[in-house]
Design a protein around this ligand. Structure first.
Ligand SMILES: [Zn+2]
Length: 301
């Protein structure tokens, strides 16, 4: 009895903070997930690598105690009908029907291109969300946090008309149709954030106020130089959510490798088969992961 009482006294005297969400982000694990996913090979919908990625996402979500939901559709594409599987992992779902929701998203599909591995484009976004799941496991937030792995972000031919963003368009429409939209406080898309030369764009269609909170979090952590040093507009999975009236930010490093007239407009390694693990840095994953989770903490107050 006396031993028990003493133990309780010790527990009570511990500082309440213990570890915060951003401190729980494990960059080494995020890097390991990226390598594992890149190792699955091409991950376009219907490929074996895509199925392996889906299985890994579900396995990690299950381990971390998330509520797993599927958002499936058959997309009409220039390649014909394609089965598309968005995967949602929900954390800290309360009984309150008006509980606010914050969404952290990234695409897990890769380009339909022979030999394209997408360590950064598709791999890093999938992996950082898995590391977010690990950080969220058993961690209380007031907001409901949704991790969303979007599918078929990549265009079949090019981002013109209705080609591309198939999964995110479907989910944004669904949130509007079922009345969930008004509860969504914000949406952050993570894309190509593993680049060794990390420089996250100030994406011009994104919500300025939320970009400001990200900048504040980055400043607090000493990471200010990695964020918002240049402006660029990007067509990405955040667009359908902006169109649905949800405050959204594309957290995207839009300069991947050397820039110039002979390269892709997003850099030499963008949509190139040279988008491989040697271009990925654990430090970049750490900078983005900690910054985004601290931003969530700031918004959760
Ligand atoms: Zn891409």
């Amino acid at each position: 009895m006396s031993f028990k009482l003493a133990l309780i006294a010790v527990i009570i005297s511990l500082p309440a903070h213990a570890d915060t969400l951003h401190e729980r982000f494990n960059a080494q694990q995020a890097y390991a997930y990226t390598a594992q996913i890149a190792g699955f090979g091409e991950r376009w919908p219907g490929s074996p690598g895509h199925a392996k990625t889906e299985a890994l996402i579900r396995q990690v979500l299950q381990k971390d105690g998330a509520r797993i939901e599927a958002d499936d559709l058959t997309a009409t594409t220039p390649r014909g009908p394609i089965a598309v599987h968005n995967i949602i992992g929900k954390f800290n779902v309360s009984a309150d029907p008006n509980q606010q929701i914050f969404i952290l998203a990234g695409h897990y599909d890769t380009l339909f291109q022979k030999g394209f591995i997408g360590a950064n484009d598709g791999g890093s976004s999938t992996a950082i969300l898995l590391a977010f799941a690990d950080a969220l496991a058993g961690q209380k937030t007031k907001m409901q946090i949704w991790l969303v792995w979007t599918d078929l972000e990549e265009a079949i031919n090019s981002f013109t008309g209705d080609d591309g963003l198939y999964g995110s368009r479907h989910l944004a429409q669904k949130l509007t149709a079922n009345g969930t939209r008004s509860r969504v406080r914000g949406f952050f898309l993570l894309d190509m954030i593993g680049d060794k030369q990390l420089d996250v764009a100030r994406e011009t269609e994104s919500n300025r106020q939320l970009q400001g909170v990200i900048a504040r979090a980055a400043g607090q952590l000493g990471y200010a130089q990695y964020f918002f040093q240049y402006d660029v507009g990007i067509i990405d999975d955040h667009v359908p959510f902006i169109n649905a009236g949800i405050p959204a930010v594309d957290v995207v490093d839009a300069r991947f490798g050397r820039m110039g007239p002979t390269f892709d407009s997003m850099g030499e390694f963008h949509h190139a088969n040279t988008d491989t693990m040697d271009k990925i840095s654990q430090r970049s994953l750490e900078v983005v992961g900690r910054t985004i989770l601290l931003t969530v903490e700031l918004l959760d107050k």
